[in-house]
Structures are given as structure tokens and as C-alpha cells.
Design a protein around this ligand. Structure first.
Ligand code: ADP
Ligand code: MG
Length: 278
């Protein structure tokens, strides 16, 4: 609500004593409110108190007040980016265990974590069997991208195909394509787990093609690229898609045993050993 400057302003309990000072203080609060600098407004009395006790200069006082607003704005923006990103798990790069036998190079991940690949619209393809940490790494990189200020979105190949299918039916194709073109970092998880209808493969191709050379796509799959013709139901579409995806890309071949089944394997091993089978 905009305040009318001619109306008397309510006196703030924490406001300075003299009438002139009090009205100046109220004007300042009103300015902050009009500019929607709510965090600065809220912390104004405390900052003025500190300024008085620590004898801060005007510059230092203003810096302190505006830093509060800037920090709060950045925190809000980060929360917004993380909400938009739809990260499916709390996975972070920091809690990835490089000694689990996946063969992932920690230096490569550390380099990717800097986000430099996003500046050159480099794609990342992660190939490997189920349970080796593909989604974990993809979500970890997506989280880093969002934290570094990049617009980020995580989806699965199946969800992307389903959403594009609905969009085509409801006449929202162009809007949906723009949506997938938007994020600087787009993760498309789990290509190959579910069969893709021809229409889904074509939607995926269009998303990759329109992002080509403009922004990075991180794609994970359990299928080697030699079988993508089969995955996408069309060798020409598969070749065209791979052409764009791999042109500027980092390919992570992730191996090893399933992390999910690790405990299961360990238990089985113990049982077999106990039974004298190992
Ligand atoms: P994928 O996508 O390759 O099938 P996930 O990334 O979903 O596998 O991993 C399965 C589970 O195991 C997840 O909970 C994930 O956090 C965990 N996981 C897999 N690999 C690792 C690893 N190297 N370090 C820590 N956790 C891992
Ligand atoms: Mg996965």
C-alpha cells in the first residue's frame, strides 16, 4: 500500500526521540515500504542502533542495511530456482562416494561442478546400468547449477514425452517447446527404461535440437548408444539426436555394481559364505 506523505505517520516504538528525527525515520521506513525493501525496513531500527553504538559512517550504515536486503533477495531467488528445478531427490555431489566402484573421475565431476560446461552449452551424457549413481550425479549437478544462479529443470524422458503428448492434444505445443528451451541446465533422466512411442522420440529430438549449441542438457540412460535406434524406435531420429547431443559433450561411462543392491549383495555373500558356497 502506498503511503500518502501528507498523512501523519504512526510512531514506531523503536524510532528516535525528537519529532523531526521521528518523522524523518518514518519517511525512511515509508520509502523502504514503497520500494518493497521489506527486509531492510524490518531491520532498520536494529541497523540504526548499531550505527549509533558503533559510530558507523553513513556509507557503512547504508551498506549494512542494503546488504540485508540483497542477502534476503538472493535467498528468495535461490529458493525459487530450487522449487522450479523439481529436484527429485536430496542427492548432492558432496555425498557421492567415489570409492563405490563406479569408475567416475572425481576431478571431472569437480570440473563440471564449477558450471563451466553450461557457459559453452556442453551436454553431459551418463550411460550405465541401474543403480550406479546416474540420477544422483545428474541431480547433484542440477542442484549446483541452480545454486550458481542458472535456471535448471529436472525431468525424466517418460515425463517429457507425456507432457509433450498432452501439449500436442491441447494445442500448447509451441509453449511447451519454449518451456523446455528455457532452462540453462535441463536434466532428462532415465532414457531407455520405458519404451518410447514414436511421438515421444520426436518430442525428445525436438527438445535436444532446439537446445543444441544454446544450452546444456544432461541425459542419463541405461542403454548404450548403439541401441538408441531401438530405444527411440527409429534409427534416423536416433542418429540425428545423437549427432546434436554428442557434438559438444562429456560422456560419463558409469560402471560397477548397483549401489542400491550393494547391501543386498553383501548380505547374500555373507549368507553364501556361511552356507559354504564361496
Ligand atoms: P541410477 O540412476 O544409476 O539408477 P541412482 O543415482 O538412483 O542410480 O542411485 C541409486 C541409489 O544409490 C541412490 O539413493 C543414490 O543416492 C545411491 N548411490 C548410487 N551411487 C552412489 C555413490 N557412488 N555414492 C553415494 N550414493 C550412491
Ligand atoms: Mg536413475
Amino acid at each position: 500500500m502506498a503511503l500518502n506523505r501528507t498523512t501523519p505517520l504512526p510512531v514506531d516504538p523503536g524510532a528516535p526521540a525528537t519529532g523531526a528525527q521521528a518523522s524523518l525515520y518514518q519517511q525512511l521506513r515509508a520509502h523502504l515500504a514503497v520500494l518493497k525493501l521489506h527486509d531492510a525496513a524490518e531491520h532498520l531500527p536494529a541497523v540504526l542502533d548499531v550505527a549509533a553504538t558503533e559510530k558507523l559512517t553513513v556509507t557503512a550504515t547504508l551498506e549494512r542495511l542494503l546488504a540485508i536486503e540483497v542477502n534476503a533477495t538472493e535467498a528468495r531467488r535461490l529458493a525459487g530456482r530450487l522449487r522450479f528445478a523439481c529436484l527429485p531427490t536430496p542427492a548432492t555431489l558432496e555425498d557421492f562416494d567415489y570409492d563405490a566402484g563406479s569408475g567416475v573421475d572425481p576431478h571431472l565431476i569437480a570440473d563440471l561442478a564449477t558450471g563451466r560446461y553450461l557457459e559453452s552449452a556442453t551436454n553431459i551424457l551418463m550411460i550405465g546400468p541401474p543403480g550406479v549413481g546416474k540420477t544422483h550425479l545428474a541431480v547433484g549437478l542440477a542442484r549446483k547449477a541452480a545454486e550458481s544462479g542458472y535456471r535448471t529443470y529436472v525431468t525424466t524422458a517418460a515425463d517429457l514425452a507425456a507432457r509433450c503428448h498432452r501439449a500436442a492434444i491441447e494445442g500448447r505445443w509451441a509453449t511447451t517447446m519454449r518451456f523446455y528451451a528455457g532452462p540453462t541446465c535441463l536434466v532428462i533422466d532415465e532414457l531407455g527404461y520405458l519404451p518410447m512411442p514414436a511421438e515421444g522420440a520426436s518430442a525428445l529430438f525436438q527438445v535436444i535440437a532446439q537446445r543444441y549449441t544454446k544450452s546444456s542438457t544432461i541425459l542419463t540412460t541405461n542403454r548404450p548408444i548403439t541401441s538408441w535406434g531401438e530405444v527411440l524406435g527409429d534409427t534416423t531420429v536416433a542418429a540425428a539426436l545423437l549427432d546434436r547431443l554428442l557434438h559438444r559433450s562429456v560422456v560419463l561411462d558409469i560402471g560397477g555394481d548397483s549401489y542400491r543392491l550393494r547391501d543386498h549383495h553383501a548380505r547374500t555373500h555373507t549368507l553364501r559364505a556361511a552356507a559354504g558356497h564361496v
